[in-house]
Ligand binder design. Structure first.
Ligand SMILES: Cc1ncc(C[n+]2csc(CCOP(=O)(O)OP(=O)(O)O)c2C)c(N)n1
Length: 660
């Protein structure tokens, strides 16, 4: 549309919004320089036309995922000036009570699912929110803002592959400001149009003038229409300039003066001001608007800088909510003999039947029913919309679960082998685990990750690890390690009821184990150890497949007059400290047995807790049995020399029973 054809009110609205962003960023920089708050800030001066243009094209119910350079997106979403300024200034009155700050704030109530300090990480989250829109048929569109540098990220690529495959209602707005921190994008990426990078993915790509809010609005309007029509994602490259440094402490020693000059010359706020005059808006009108914006932003800055810091007493709060309590499934109780794998399948089937918000997905999970057959027949029963295959893209699997959970789905996703989670840990540790804390308890990411782990004959070093301690280290995650068909079933059902992210490490070695499994009736809560064997001489704490070895060892020891209790801890987070304490009090001797290697294994945590809480009660130090600190070879003869077994547990317990 030619300038003269644009209504002056439309231009004035855009000018007001862009100027608000610019003034906001100026005040933020001043406040930071005055030490009104701490840390780095990444300001969006020069890029205001992108969020303002994009939001002009979106509907009120649509969603936005932004980056650390996201103040403009937050303002365009309608996050109130005062609450936003206070958050940037790390105040109690901030939109997240000072827990998000400039780079990691969120306001889903205004459609802003969050900023992100991890480059590219918002992409899978946005794809997950788009998945929720598609599954829930809400008609919503999700816009994700990324930088040019983020186009090289694996998470970005994975999310695009996923969005193209599922035709998700996703609009990616790539703000190409020419710089990836201190490196020009042109030096890294050998294509002039970043939008060309998505052509091979089957995604529509366009490049537009990101200095022009109307051009951005029009591109997003087309993309949103395509998304709402079910035609899938669009990638929009909005070419713009970074007017200021990458962050407040950046002296830009690497940036040629000419580049800075061209950014100044293209200043979108000044350009739009000139266009206002061409469209017949008087200088008086413009000056009035500018005064009004300055007054509002200055007031927000004043209010924020005099607002109180968050109360330090609350610093511990909102890591998790209380674990899911026991409840009633509403299903008639019954008992069936099931394998461990089938018990998981039955839990998924019942959750899919009971809760329309449950979706189940992962690699080979849909049509084929999983490489171990655990999800077999679920797609036939519940349809391709709720049970589906994923690309080989673990960041997309885990990250989309975060976005989908934020938007009301209950994703239960499968990571085929625990070892594969390592390629996508960002989405669990930096994303899922953070949501509740950063939002001051206002939002959560209730999702379940099922995976399987451990060594079996022939499994190589990249398919054998026991990684539970790695994730149990992360505040915000719940970790379960079921050792029986019953627990594989019950713990999964409890996990789906939980309001926080749960990772369940199933035991591949046990998938064919059979047991009578109680189904329906009462649903367990999350947490709680299980006493597998009573005993007064010593207590063996264990979890996962090692519990079986511990039981076998205890039975043998009983024949020799040593009475060992076996406690299956089941949940490492939340950990059943009461059960640990009770077993310590009864026996005064503790052995921890796990398959993972010892250094930094979860046994070390248990030993430390017992040391801190029960030191005077112990008759001997806490002893541990686990793999030595080596890699796991596939060869059974070598595995046998490394992995804990009933025999090694038995030997350790026998020594411990007589230790002074
Ligand atoms: C995964 C990850 N790698 C590196 C960084 C450090 N880092 C922060 S911003 C940035 C530049 C990103 O450039 P771009 O995507 O173009 O966005 P812009 O900063 O220009 O908005 C880098 C490398 C990070 N935060 N996350």
């Amino acid at each position: 549309m030619a300038v003269s054809q644009l209504a002056s009110t439309e231009l004035l609205d855009a000018y007001r919004s862009m100027l608000t962003v610019r003034r906001f960023e100026e005040r933020v920089l001043e406040l930071r320089r005055a030490d009104a708050f701490a840390g780095s800030i990444h300001l969006c001066a020069g890029q205001e036309a992108v969020p303002v243009g994009a939001l002009a094209a979106l509907d009120p119910g649509d969603r936005v995922v932004a980056t650390y350079r996201g103040h403009g997106w937050a303002l365009a979403c309608g996050v109130p000036l005062d609450a936003l300024m206070a958050e940037v200034c790390q105040r109690a009155t901030g939109v997240n009570g000072g827990r998000g700050g400039s780079a990691h704030l969120m306001a889903p109530e205004f459609g802003l699912l969050g900023e992100n300090s991890i480059v590219g990480a918002g992409m899978p989250i946005g794809a997950g929110a788009a998945l929720a829109a598609q599954v829930g048929e809400t008609g919503r569109v999700v816009a994700v803002s990324i930088g040019d540098g983020a186009t090289s990220q694996g998470a970005t690529h994975e999310a695009l592959v996923f969005a193209a495959y599922r035709k998700l209602p996703l609009v990616v707005v790539c703000e190409n400001n020419g710089w990836s921190e201190m490196t020009p994008i042109a030096r890294i990426v050998p294509v002039a149009d970043l939008s060309a990078r998505v052509a091979g993915l089957g995604i529509a790509g366009v490049s537009v003038d990101g200095n022009d809010p109307i051009a951005v609005r029009d591109a997003v309007t087309d993309a949103a229409a395509r998304a709402r029509a079910g035609d899938g994602p669009t990638f929009i490259e909005a070419r713009c300039h970074r007017l200021w440094a990458h962050y407040n402490g950046d002296a830009e020693h690497y940036r040629p003066a000419a580049d800075r000059d061209s950014a100044q010359a293209a200043d979108p706020v000044m350009s739009l001001r000139r266009r206002l005059a061409e469209a017949g808006v008087t200088e008086g009108q413009v000056a009035g608007l500018e005064h009004e914006v300055a007054v509002r932003v200055d007031a927000a800055a004043r209010t924020a800088s005099s607002a109180p810091a968050p109360d330090a007493a609350g610093a511990h709060a909102h890591v998790n909510v209380a674990p899911a309590a026991a409840g009633d499934t509403g299903e008639p109780p019954e008992e069936r003999e099931l394998t461990y794998g089938k018990a998981v399948n039955e839990a998924l089937r019942r959750e899919l039947a009971a809760r329309p918000e449950v979706v189940v997905y992962g690699e080979d999970v849909g049509h084929a029913g999983g490489i171990f057959g655990v999800t077999r027949s679920l797609q036939e029963e519940f349809g391709e919309r709720r049970v589906f295959d994923m690309p080989i893209a673990e960041s997309a699997i885990l990250g989309s679960a975060v976005g989908a959970a934020l938007e009301g789905l209950r994703p239960v996703v499968e990571i085929m082998w625990g070892d594969f989670m390592l390629v996508a840990l960002d989405q669990l540790i930096n994303q899922a685990a953070n949501v509740r804390y950063v939002s001051g308890g206002q939002h959560g990411a209730p999702l379940v990750v099922r995976t399987q782990q451990g060594a079996t004959p022939g499994s190589c070093a990249q398919h054998s690890q026991s990684l539970e301690a790695l994730l149990a280290h992360i505040p915000g995650l719940r970790i379960g390690v079921p050792s029986t068909p019953q627990d594989a079933h019950s713990m999964l059902r409890a996990a789906v009821a939980d309001e926080d992210p749960v990772v369940l490490f199933e035991a591949r070695a046990l998938y064919q184990h059979k047991q009578k499994v109680k189904l329906g009736g009462r649903r367990e809560g999350v947490g709680g150890a299980r006493i597998r064997r009573e005993g007064g001489d010593l207590a063996i704490f264990s979890w996962g497949p090692t519990v079986l070895a511990a039981e076998k060892a205890a039975n043998t020891l009983a024949g020799r007059g040593i009475d060992a209790a076996v406690v299956d801890l089941r949940w490492l987070a939340p950990l059943d400290d009461e059960a640990i304490g009770a077993a310590v009090q009864r026996t005064n001797r503790v052995l921890v047995a796990h398959e993972a290697n010892l250094t930094g294994g979860f046994g070390a945590e248990i030993a430390a807790r017992i040391g801190e809480r029960h030191f005077g009660d112990l008759d001997a130090p806490v002893r541990r049995v686990g793999a030595p600190d080596v890699r796991i070879p596939p060869t059974p003869a070598l595995q046998g020399a490394l992995l804990p077994s009933a025999a090694s547990i038995e030997r350790a317990a026998e020594r411990l029973a007589v230790e002074d």
